[in-house]
Write a protein that binds this ligand. Structure first.
Ligand code: PGA
Length: 259
């Protein structure tokens, strides 16, 4: 089963408009001479206030080499939800992906599996692709409950999603202890957990659909780690935080994921 790899940059709460423009221009420039068919699907997720400037910059790039993602959304279409932003509002910027369930949203902002499930359903109904994050804490890993925890996050996130729609979601396995710490999860171990995710997806949606799902690894991905990660059977790309904030290191990661 060949799945097109994805390299996604999660800019988190970094970069105002001018800084976002500088970064996206740097990324465009670094990959301008590479044939689109050789590239992985490249995705960037700026803060909401930079979606417009990044969107303008990537639509200029007639080659369509870079796709836009938002870092979050609310599932209701409109209403009295102070501080939230709807999927339709994100669609205004021609975004194709929305990251949901990031551990920072779960841990700092108290997002539940139920909320993440509502977001997943609304994103799919709107014709966009959710990038659904899951991951265990160091404590869960040491207690030996990693696999059951991850499987439960996946089952809950995808409750009531049609099997054919499951095939199109993107999952990011991000062990929490590896995020922003410089401690990358061993590639063989990351691949093992990703296989657990794929088996869980097969139980929910059937093997054919599960085999189509792109599952990324995230957590201190760097230019030096990407080749080994991409060499694993079930790792279909990366969700990159810190190393996506510099055009040069993000471009090296993109190149490391090329065919
Ligand atoms: P990191 O972040 O690459 O800085 O570890 C990854 C993420 O949180 O998506």
């Amino acid at each position: 089963m060949s799945r097109r790899p994805i390299i996604a940059g999660n800019w988190k709460m970094h970069n105002n408009r001018a800084q976002s423009e500088e970064l996206i221009c740097g990324i465009k420039d670094a990959i301008k001479d590479i044939d689109k068919d050789l590239l992985p699907e490249v995705v960037v997720a700026p803060v909401f206030t930079s979606l417009d400037i990044v969107s303008k910059n990537i639509s200029d790039c007639a080659c369509g080499k870079i796709q836009l993602a938002a870092q979050n959304c609310y599932f209701e279409p409109k209403g009295a939800f102070t501080g939230e932003i709807s999927i339709d509002m994100i669609k205004d910027f021609d975004a194709k992906f929305i990251i949901i369930g990031h551990s920072e949203r779960r841990q700092i902002f108290g997002e539940s599996d139920e909320l993440i499930n509502k977001k997943a359903i609304a994103i799919i109904e709107a014709g966009l692709t959710p990038i659904i994050c899951c991951g265990e804490t160091l404590e869960q890993r040491e207690l030996g409950v990693t696999d059951s925890h991850i499987a439960s996050q996946i089952v809950k996130a995808l409750e009531n999603v049609k099997p054919a729609d499951v095939a199109n979601v993107v999952i990011a396995y991000e062990p929490i202890w590896a995020i922003g710490t410089g401690k990358t999860c061993d590639s063989v171990e990351a691949n093992r957990v990703i296989k657990v995710i794929r088996t869980t997806l097969a139980q929910i949606a059937g093997k054919d659909n599960a085999d189509k799902v792109r599952i990324l690894y995230g957590g201190s991905v760097k230019p030096e780690t990407i080749k080994e990660q991409m060499a694993q059977s079930d790792i279909d790309g990366a969700l990159v935080g810190g190393a996506s904030l510099k055009a040069d290191s993000f471009a090296q990661i993109i190149k490391g994921a090329m065919k």
